[in-house]
Ligand binder design. Structure first.
Ligand code: URA
Length: 432
């Protein structure tokens, strides 16, 4: 069959076997399949979908298109966690140390910010001196020594995904469940952990806007992982409004440290405890209730915070900033965003807030842009809060020349009402 025939087959609703998927994906990586052919095929997948077997095969082929990390030099069960992306989503900085403090090894590769969503690696690099590019030997040695390392994803992982994702980004084929599931799971399978907890976000700030679509995505990813011999579970978490109160790199590190010190905000602490408990369950540490109690104890006795400092220190970071936040790089200016009227905040669109924080310099408008680690937004009023005219809704931090554009973006996602909005759960479901 020619690539032309395979595109036509999917266009007409056909099902590919593994050899056909290999021809498409490996051909694309080798440069034998052109960008326009891959784009046409992915649009056919977008419109026609894929069977569970096709999605599992596609994922495995994408994973094998690059380096497959072998974590066997690290004894014991290694647990990974992946979020499908969010605004103010700093949970990795809390739960990786908590889970490691409970005796489960974390050898994790994380990403940088993407679009309106932030990334763990950018946040870690806001701690002066932190190295996020370790050699494989250094990475393994650190996990064996202290039980925890979080580094940037190696360039060689899931090469097919890199090429396919860049094409999806410009051909309106990102929001397609089998393509998202195979993109995420190809990287997770290649990263080598035995168990994977997925945090599938749902709402305006997430890739999946409805709970139903988020559950379908979670089910597909759990099935792909299970078919490939990994233990996988997924939590569906709310992303209609940002998680916690701080958005921006050093701001999110500070808020995460507050959770580890037992002074975290209720929403962020609760989501972190549920995620950590489910990671410990995947590592056979006990029942969900026992595992939650272990994570809580690691906050209460300070062992989670101590583990976090140990990780930053091992990766060259100046851990004094984790104790004294005034030692972080400071923003050029601050600006209070005031309420224009009295009322309940009935919408506080997470995507708009994420984009506003990118406009302030906390993220990149184009690849390779420098980041202002001190830039970002502190939310004082969130969805469901009552506000009086003239009260501060949020504080903007960063370059004052950027405040006007960020304010316009922020306000475009804000709505007031006379009555409080229906309460949204923090966690909608567990998919196993
Ligand atoms: N994150 C990914 O890695 N891939 C997608 O397709 C969407 C989110």
């Amino acid at each position: 069959m020619r690539i032309y025939d395979l595109i036509a087959k999917k266009r007409d609703g056909g099902t590919h076997d593994r050899a056909e998927l290999e021809m498409i994906v490996n051909g694309y990586v080798r440069g034998e399949v052109a960008d326009y052919q891959m784009a046409a095929w992915m649009m056919a997948v977008y419109l026609r979908g894929m069977t569970p077997q096709e999605t599992a095969d596609l994922t495995d082929i994408m994973a094998r298109s690059g380096e497959m990390v072998d974590l066997s030099p690290i004894p014991g069960i290694k647990v990974d966690k992946h979020s499908t992306g969010g605004v103010g989503d700093k949970t990795t900085l809390v739960i990786a140390p908590l889970v490691a403090a409970c005796g489960v090894k974390i050898a994790k590769m994380s990403g940088r910010g993407l679009g309106h969503t932030g990334g763990t690696i950018d946040k870690m690099e806001s701690v002066p001196g932190t190295r996020t590019a370790l050699s494989q030997e250094e990475f393994f040695a650190q996990v064996n020594r202290i039980g925890l390392s979080v580094i940037g994803q190696s360039e060689g992982i899931a090469i097919a995904d890199k090429k396919m994702y860049a094409l999806r980004d410009v051909t309106a084929t990102v929001s397609c469940i089998p393509l998202i599931a195979s993109s995420i799971m190809s990287k997770k399978l290649a990263s080598g952990s035995d168990a994977i907890l997925l945090d599938v976000t749902t709402g305006t700030g997430a890739f999946m806007k409805t709970v139903e679509d988020s559950i379908r995505l979670a089910q597909q990813m759990v099935e792909i992982g299970t078919r490939n011999g990994r233990r996988v579970a997924a939590l569906i978490t709310d992303m209609d409004t940002p998680l916690g109160h701080n958005i921006g790199n050093s701001l999110e590190v500070m808020e995460s440290m507050e959770v580890l010190k037992g002074r975290g905000t209720a929403d962020l602490t609760e989501v972190c405890l549920q995620l950590a408990a489910n990671m410990l369950v995947l590592a056979d540490k006990g029942t969900r209730e026992e595992c939650r109690a272990m994570a809580q104890a690691a906050i209460a006795d300070g062992s989670g915070f101590a583990k976090c400092k140990e990780m930053f220190a091992a990766q060259g970071g100046d851990t004094r900033v984790l104790e004294d936040y005034s030692l972080f790089a400071q923003p050029a200016a601050r600006y209070e965003l005031l309420a224009e009227q009295d009322g309940y905040i009935v919408a506080n669109d997470a995507e708009k807030i994420g984009s506003a924080s990118v406009l302030l310099g906390a993220g990149r408008l184009k690849k390779g842009d420098p980041i202002d680690y001190a830039a970002g937004i502190i939310l004082h009023k969130k969805r469901g809060d009552y506000v009086h005219k003239g009260e501060s809704l949020a504080t903007f931090l960063g370059d004052p020349a950027k405040f006007a554009a960020a304010e316009e973006e922020y306000r475009s996602g804000l709505a007031y009402g006379e009555n409080p909005p229906a309460e949204a759960p923090l966690v909608y479901a567990l998919v196993t």
